[in-house]
Design a protein around this ligand. Structure first.
Ligand code: KG4
Ligand code: ZN
Length: 339
């Protein structure tokens, strides 16, 4: 069975072709991702309208490329999986409109995919033996959630952010510290070279069920203002970066530990761009009696392989033909639970 995956929910255009066997194994025949970072850099964040136009320009070529590279003719695609949400509405509309037209033209069944569900299941791409249940910490520029994954289509959200996502918190702090967008990785790189023994930032809300990073943003902004004159000192800047990183990682770890304690689930997968963070990896790997999984970066950040995979896993359980691809900018993953 050949599955075409399409992802356009934010600032990455991605397409993939996967082949699945009867036994449930899969093979990636072709995959492509085009990042729009350079397009949005000058604005310090993703500009939705520019992102939509860029998807429109890139998507048809990328689908053509993955089909050609995998030796797949359009009419031999057995299922088309496309991200319907959550994400930027205009961007999602580009992907779903293209997918619906393509599917109608070649008579292909279509499956609308929840982007967060795809992230949750992505660890299984490289760990097919990963057993349910597991906890998924999804941390990216757009999402911060801890979900208990009991089975495909059976999720409990244990914590999610009420304002900024963890990656957004890294990026906003990085911008205050003068790093170009998206500065999260650069801030983390700098932080790794220093131990902070000078600055204190407030602990991010511990009692509340969810995450909130807006207070931290204000505290960082004040810290930077107070130390403006000393910022040219590499050690001062490095220690501030280290304080920021410690504070964000501490917030994630605190709620992750609570989720492990409350559920008794001792398998943890970390996905999303922030999972590349060394300090976070180190702290998760240190958790006692917990098995941790980190999908490789290319399947941890936005990609179309996870979209094809998640769409097919659901389709195998509930093969709805020509499902309507209603675009949803907000789409809590619990709504994907099979009843
Ligand atoms: O999943 P992702 O590639 O894309 C979307 O959110 O769509 O995540 C990107 C986010 C950015 O906010 C980026 O700054 C952050 O992940 N990021 C990091 C690191 N590498 C990427 N944050 C902290 N430490 C890193 N090493
Ligand atoms: Zn994502």
């Amino acid at each position: 069975m050949r599955v075409l995956g399409i992802e356009t929910s934010c600032d990455e255009t991605a397409a993939s072709v996967l082949r699945f066997t009867e036994g449930g194994e899969y093979e990636i025949l072709s995959e492509a991702v085009s990042s729009q970072i350079t397009l949005h850099e000058a604005y310090g964040g993703v500009v939705p309208e520019l992102a939509s136009r860029e998807h429109l320009r890139n998507l048809p070529h990328m689908v053509g490329t993955v089909l050609t590279e995998s030796g797949t003719s359009p009419d031999s695609v057995d299922l088309l999986c496309v991200t319907c949400g959550p994400g930027l509405k205009g961007c999602l509309l580009v992907g779903t409109s293209f997918a619906e037209g393509f599917a109608a033209a070649f008579g292909i069944p279509i499956a609308g995919v929840n982007h967060i569900e795809a992230h949750l299941l992505s660890p299984m791409l490289t760990h097919p033996d990963l057993e349910f249940p597991f906890l998924a910490l999804v941390v990216s520029g757009g999402h911060t959630e801890i979900i208990a994954v009991h089975a495909v289509g059976n999720y409990t959200c244990l914590a999610r952010t009420t304002d900024d996502a963890a990656g957004e918190a890294f990026d906003k702090a990085a911008s205050l510290l003068g790093f170009p967008y998206p500065g999260g990785a650069a801030l983390a790189d700098k932080a790794d070279g220093y131990v902070n023994d000078l600055f204190s930032l407030p602990k991010v809300m511990r009692e509340s069920p969810g995450f909130s990073f807006s207070g931290l943003k204000t505290a960082i902004s004040l810290l930077v203002q107070r130390n403006q004159n000393a910022m040219s000192d590499d050690t001062i800047a490095g220690k501030i970066c280290s304080a920021v990183q410690d504070s964000i990682v501490d917030a994630l770890l605190f709620k992750l530990k609570r989720a492990i304690r409350d559920t008794g689930i001792r398998r943890v997968c970390v996905a999303g761009g922030v999972s590349a963070n060394n300090a976070l990896r180190r702290e998760v790997a240190k958790l006692k009696d917990v098995k941790s999984f980190f999908p490789p970066a290319k399947y941890s950040t936005d990609n179309a392989v996870m979209i094809a995979y998640a769409g097919l896993r659901r389709f195998q359980i509930n093969p709805k033909k020509n499902e309507a691809c209603t675009v949803r900018s907000r789409w809590p993953v619990e709504e994907m639970n099979f009843r």
